[in-house]
Design a binder for this molecule. Sequence first.
Ligand SMILES: [Zn+2]
Length: 344
Amino acid sequence: MGKKNKDYVFDPGTLDYREHIITWQERARRGALFLLGSLLVAIFYLWLYAGVLGLELPKTTFLKKKNAEWGGKMAIMASQMEDCRHRLDALSLRDDGVYRTIFGMTEISQDERLSGLGGINRYTELRASDHSGHLYNNVRELDLLTKMAYVQSKSYDEVDQMARQSGDIAACVPAVPPFYPGIRFRMSSPFGRRSDPLYHYMKMHTGQDFAMDPGNSIYAVGDGTVESVRNELFGYGNSVIINHGFGYKTRYAHLKMILVQPGQKVCRGDCIAQSGNSGKSTGPHLHYEVMYKGNYVNPVNYMDMEIPLDEYAQMVKAREEQTGHSSDLIQPVHKDRKTIHKRK
Ligand SMILES: [Zn+2]
């Protein structure tokens, strides 16, 4: 029992201080009061700090700083992804506008490029837990980029394959006449507007006509793939379309006999048909069309009618040796056999 357990209180009755023994109950009461007071002061300061002065607790400051850091990282990611998106957009534009066009392939629609994205409920959960929307947006954008990159790489594979199949552009363009120029022929109806020979109204003539005897060999004018083979009673009659890639297609019409099938790969100089008089025709002739990027162009501007005969014969012979098919239709040019078409 030391001093601590005693207290002195002023007694107004005796006008003196008397000793006062502090009981444990009183001590407990005082302790509780002290604790309560401290608590009140602490609450008061907290209120003053956060509520009145608008200051933050260190923990809040720390978390807010972390949050801002993450937000910043998300924003950087978003801008990087936007950058990727622009690059991918540019690639797809170039893909459709240049590469796929060169090879005469159909463009990939925007819908197709973005298809398979986001089932409606796919992001709902993410969205609910992500109040700022940063994560939701980034995940969505990343999915989109992944899909676009996949479609793009697939398209490049196709273009690559097409390029390999098509080979050199020089081998594909319709650069030679579709028949051996040593035969008897006449350049009849030219490309352009003309009066229809059967119905007498002005009509666009979409190709060049070569009047010739039926049964002459018709040769592919450039490497390519047979796109279609048609047998019509009217119109083009029996006709063949070859897709040469690089935007070029050629059509050979009014044929007597067709020697190729759709999908078949052909090379320049391959015999594909025999000339005839099928379809809407006023006489035996070959109607020959060149299409470039979907438009009819004048075939005369593309083929070299002055190609040396032996060069043409050489080309056909080389192909016959390679394929093992003999068209056997090139006849030696006899001096007395007149070609109506004047050669230099
Ligand atoms: Zn014609």
